[in-house]
Design a protein around this ligand. Structure first.
Ligand code: NAD
Ligand code: DAU
Length: 349
């Protein structure tokens, strides 16, 4: 069985690729990735020479290239993760998000449809999406699979749009699909522009920790390997045409999370208690900042038996250890263009 995983050199994608390559020797896993600033083949060094793994460098917005690889390899399953994924970047350059997340997804959908025409038996297009499509919650309530879409950022609007197209292809062309909408992931190999790895990197380097607004925004955090396990389960046992929410049952206000991170980092770095907290700096808020995300993951729990296996305290410790042991990785991804982005993004902070 030939399986295409898009965005496999990125944060979540690399964990999914590794899981599939190691767990399913009878599958051939093709990782299609453009290697943008967020994609890094170092993430897959340990499995790159496996005989059931092939890397395809290419852009999902390149229709000619995508059609060519579908023709050649006839992918029976697609797990689509490639995307522009950072909300702050989407505020600065929304069009890039439409190109990759909407047009790129459309090109993949067309290639999949045209490969199998009406013969979709045992085929599946799996679209990996986000809880941000539901917009924001107030102080109470949870996102369920039937919550109306109400995206607030260019990133979430582009992901919502691609979700709609996937569903539309299912309805119109009887194309088998599943969609999962997941909460905030954290763990090893996450690019240090997102809250947790950015703050770990800044604490290591004694740089300010830029907390947006008053810090009272809430996110539901899930360890990335638990997300990869959920994706494996949904790919093999999910019902075609269904959506599943995935979340950590683990809500944290940003400021509380940052304080916990500071405590754990002080302990790891043998710094006096309270040292890292002094780096906390409140900065200008993110425009359109969603107040709270929280997932009701009871459907995937009841139907497929999935639940997170790692507690937040354990996951955060593993994450911190990984970044401290991989400073070379951290330094290489934070040099060059990233420095320019960082300076622009936080110049008013
Ligand atoms: P990431 O930014 O770390 O990785 C994205 C990958 O896609 C990179 O390897 C990049 O090179 C590749 N890519 C980008 N544009 C491409 C293009 N045009 N053609 C081919 N490859 C391209 O992202 P991530 O955090 O791993 O997220 C992966 C997916 O999961 C995304 O679809 C995202 O919307 C979704 N998601 C992320 C989270 C999260 O917390 N990170 C939560 C829920 C859902
Ligand atoms: O909910 C799932 C989504 O989670 C994914 O779809 C996105 O791809 C992923 O980037 C993430 O989006 P967020 O915007 O929630 O993640 P981020 O790490 O950028 O921010 C988390 C919270 O921390 C958010 O409330 C903004 C705040 N924040 C973030 C940064 C980068 C700060 O206060 N300061 C910062 O410097």
């Amino acid at each position: 069985m030939n399986i295409l995983i898009t965005g496999g050199a990125g944060f979540i994608g690399s964990h999914v690729v590794r899981l599939f390559v190691e767990k399913y020797p009878n599958y051939h896993i093709f990782n299609l990735d453009a290697l943008t600033y967020a994609g890094n083949l170092e993430n897959l060094k340990d499995i790159e020479s496996k005989s059931n793994y092939t890397f395809l460098k290419g852009d999902i917005t390149d229709e000619f290239f995508v059609n060519k690889v579908f023709e050649k390899y006839k992918f029976e399953g697609v797990i689509h993760l490639a995307a522009e994924s950072h909300v702050d970047r989407s505020i600065k350059d929304p069009l890039c998000f439409v190109k990759t997340n909407v047009i790129g997804s459309m090109i993949l959908l067309n290639a999949f449809k045209n490969t199998w025409k009406d013969h979709f038996e045992n085929k599946l297009f799996y679209h990996v999406s986000t809880d941000e499509v539901y917009g924001t919650l107030g102080q109470i309530g949870l996102f369920t699979e039937t919550t109306s879409y109400d995206p607030n950022s260019p990133y979430s609007a582009s992901k919502a749009s691609s979700d709609h197209f996937v569903r539309a292809y299912g309805e119109t062309y009887n194309m088998p699909y599943v969609i999962t909408n997941c909460s905030n992931n954290y763990g090893q190999n996450q690019f240090p522009e997102k809250l947790i790895p950015l703050f770990i990197n800044n604490i290591i380097n004694n740089k300010p920790l830029p907390v947006y607004g008053d810090g009272n925004y809430t996110r539901d955090w899930l360890y990335v390997k638990d997300h990869a396990i959920a994706i494996d389960l949904v790919f093999h046992q999910g019902k075609s045409g269904e959506t599943y929410n995935i979340g950590g049952f683990n809500e944290w206000k940003n400021i509380d999370l940052v304080k916990l991170l500071c405590q754990q980092m002080d302990a790891k770095l043998n710094r006096a208690e309270g040292t890292s907290e002094k780096l906390i700096t409140y900065v200008k808020d993110r425009p359109g900042h969603d107040l709270r995300y929280a997932i009701d993951a009871s459907k995937i729990n009841k139907e497929l038996g999935w639940k997170p296996s790692v507690t937040f305290e354990e996951g955060l410790k593993k994450t911190i250890d990984w970044y401290l042991n991989n400073e070379e990785w951290l330094n290489s991804v934070t040099s060059g263009d990233y420095q320019l982005y960082y300076e622009k993004q936080y110049k008013n902070g």
